[in-house]
Structures are given as C-alpha cells and as structure tokens.
Design a protein around this ligand. Structure first.
Ligand code: AMP
Length: 396
C-alpha cells in the first residue's frame, strides 16, 4: 500500500482530498471537528517535510451551484485552530484564481480550496474538471474515506493524472488496514455482531462475511425476522415478512460454512414504541400480542458476552436495541462494554457503518475499541466486499 510515508514532500505541492464535510450550527460554527482532527496527521507530515498542503473537500449538498451557505470559508477558523496554523482560503477550487494562489503559496503553508460541489462536474466524475484540479498538485493524496465509495472527480478520476505520484493519507490507510484486519488477516475466532433495524439493508454484508467469520451474532430489529422465520411468535416486533425465506437461507448457508450463528434468546419487550412504555423480559420466540421487542434481554447479553470475550477479532455494526431511547439502550451499552473488555484482553475490534458509530460515541466507547470507522456508506460497501473506486484509483 502506497502511503504518504513513501514520499518526501519537500518543495512539492500535495493535492489532498480530505473530508471536511463537518456539521455547522445556524451561525456557521463547526459543532463537531472530528473530521478535521482526523486529517491532521497527514497534513502535519506534509508540512513538516516542507511541502504545501492544498486541501479540497465538499461541504453539504450545494447541488452543483455556488451557495454561500455551503462555503468552506465558514470552517477556516476551526481548521486554523485544529492545525495551529494560518490557512490561505481560495474562493474557487479550479481555474486561474486557484492556480495563482497555489503557485504563490510558500513551502509549509496550507491552502484550502472552495467547495468542490459548487461544480456539478465533481459528482459526475468529469474528466476535464478532474484535469483542472490536477493542475493544483504534484502529488495526489486521498485521505477521505467517507467519500471513497464515490467515483467523483476529486476522489477517483483526478488520480489518473498523477501517474505514480499518488498515495493514501494516514486516515485512509488506517481504514483500509482495519478492514483488512477483520476481513483478511483477522486472528481467529473472528466474530461479527450485526444489529440495526432491517435484514434487507444488511443482507449483502451477511452473505460476504459468512466466508470470513467463525461467529455471527444477530441482534436488534433484524433478529425478529429470523425468529419468525423459525416459527417464533414475535408480537408487534419489527419484521420483514418478505424476507423470512431469506433468513432461513442465511441460517442454512451459515451452517454449511461452519459459522456459528447466535440469535437472541430473550428480549426486553414493550407495550408501546415509547421510552416510558411498560416492559417485560420474554423469550424472543414468545413475544405476547400487543408487545414488541426493543432491546436484548439478560440471557442474550450473557451469551453475547461469552462469545465476544472468547474472540480475537470483532466487527460491530448496528445497535442491538432502540438505543435512541434510554430505557432500551442498555443492551447496546452492554455490548459496548463487552467489546471494550475483549479489546483490553487483546482482541482487535472494529466498529463501523451508520448508527453503531453514533452509539459508540454517544456512550463513550470510542477510545476503548481498536478502531472506529469514519465512513458510514464507505464502510458498509467495504463490508459488502466491494472495491471502493477511490481506493482502487490509488492502486491503478
Ligand atoms: P441500521 O441503520 O440498520 O443500523 O439500524 C439502526 C436502527 O435500528 C436504530 O435507529 C435503532 O433504533 C433500530 N433498532 C434496533 N433495534 C430495534 C428494534 N428491536 N426494533 C426497532 N428498531 C430497532
């Protein structure tokens, strides 16, 4: 894997695709600077070498038109604060203004270009636009995992204009390594714990990981489709009735591949989809009429704990209950504790894709697991076994 460590950036302009698509409040203050922090090691290495860091990103969805609401100008103070250095902001991302600003930038400086998505050519992956972008750097660095699953101009197409002068930044390299640690080189036993609401949104991931894992723990809303498919009574619990055969098919495939599947044993059922609803613990296959399962029960958690603590590699995607409601977040918090404990014992743990990241951050497990992915959709596509265009473009 070619990373920025393979280059000396002294006297070179690095065109870096970062993901500075950060949330802003109504006064345009950055409310979460995680993504800026995440790009810092890459930018620092380039500046320390004596190079120029030319940063490009999108922000929001301006749909191919200039719109001050989405100007990256708003985030300049936060970028300067995080990087501890002045930023030269350029009002455009291509053309004469951008070319002049980059040419005039002294060694060791940071240039931030205006929002790439002010041009519709960005999302279309337009060649001409990519070529214009390529004029702004000697070496192309991709450090934006969150957009690596998109074949956009700045994430993918631009790479072809750099010959061998292209590489991954530290953040993207770490994402790739973490996924490989689970999917290719993971120490056994490898366990995937999948939750979330629907089987349909996770089916491709399940099919792909059946070849990589020893244990598959199924939790959350998804589990009820499996419970019903096996003849269980699930009351009002969330269920995809058109996926019952698929659920049985998955269980059969897992058995044939020697993967041990762990479905919930008991669940916390509620008489309403409401934090203050009445609750009772019932078997997953015997949820009373008018009740719905909203969290993992104690026996289920006991089983999850023993599987996770015996695992050497763990992938966690999706909450095991409706964690947005405090009374049904307990199972997800417990799973976080088990993953943290397994990690402390030496397991490698990767948390990624959509809501599991939100849950991990909300409950403070971020620093207790091995790696929390920065890309929702990109992570899901990686787990589905797809080769992301932004990653392929660096290898080509
Ligand atoms: P996903 O985006 O597929 O990972 O699903 C995450 C969502 O699944 C969260 O918003 C959870 O509230 C929801 N979820 C988890 N368990 C359940 C459940 N038992 N019933 C309904 N929704 C659930």
């Amino acid at each position: 894997m070619k990373t920025i460590d393979n280059f000396n950036f002294a006297g070179k302009k690095a065109l870096i695709r970062v993901d500075f698509n950060v949330p802003l409040d109504e006064n345009f203050n950055v409310t979460d600077n995680t993504r800026i922090e995440a790009a810092k090691p890459t930018i620092s290495k380039i500046l320390n070498d004596g190079g120029i860091a030319v940063l490009m990103s999108h922000l929001g969805r301006p749909k191919g038109e200039r719109n001050d609401k989405y100007s990256l100008r708003h985030i300049v103070p936060e970028v300067e604060k995080v990087l501890g250095k002045k930023v030269i902001f350029v009002d455009d991302c291509v053309g004469e203004v951008a070319e002049k600003a980059v040419a005039a930038a002294p060694a060791g400086s940071i240039v931030l270009l205006e929002n790439l998505r002010f041009y519709s050519q960005e999302e279309k992956g337009d060649e001409g636009f990519s070529k214009e972008l390529a004029k702004l750097g000697d070496i192309y660095v991709n450090d934006a995992f969150g957009t690596a699953h998109r074949a956009h101009a700045s994430t993918t197409i631009v790479a072809k204009f750099f010959g061998a002068n292209k590489c991954f930044g530290y953040l993207l390299a770490k994402e790739i390594e973490s996924i490989e640690k689970v999917m290719k080189t993971g120490e056994k036993p490898v366990t995937a714990i999948l939750g979330g609401s629907k089987v349909s949104s996770k089916i491709t991931i399940i099919e792909n990981i059946l070849d990589k894992v020893n244990h598959l723990i199924i939790g959350g809303g998804m589990a009820y489709t499996f419970a019903k498919a096996q003849g269980g009574k699930i009351g009002n619990s969330i269920c995809e009735d058109d996926k019952l055969d698929l659920a049985l098919d998955i269980l059969a495939k897992a058995k044939a591949k020697g993967v041990e599947v762990h479905l919930p044993i008991d669940v916390v059922a509620a008489d309403d989809f409401n934090n203050d609803a009445n609750t009772q613990v019932v078997p997953v296959t015997d949820v009373p009429d008018g009740w719905e399962g909203l969290d993992a029960g104690p026996k289920t958690l006991e089983n999850i704990k023993s599987v996770l603590l015996a695992s050497k590699t763990i992938l966690w995607n999706g909450p095991v209950g409706v964690f947005e409601m405090p009374n049904f977040a307990k199972g997800t918090i417990a799973v976080g504790d088990f993953v943290a404990e397994a990690t402390k014992k030496g397991a490698f743990s990767l948390v990624g894709g959509g809501d599991s990241v939100a849950a991990v951050k909300q409950f403070g497990f971020e620093n207790k697991v091995s790696y929390v992915s920065t890309g929702g959709g990109a992570m899901l596509e990686s787990l589905e076994g797809l080769v992301l265009p932004g990653i392929a473009a660096i290898y080509e």
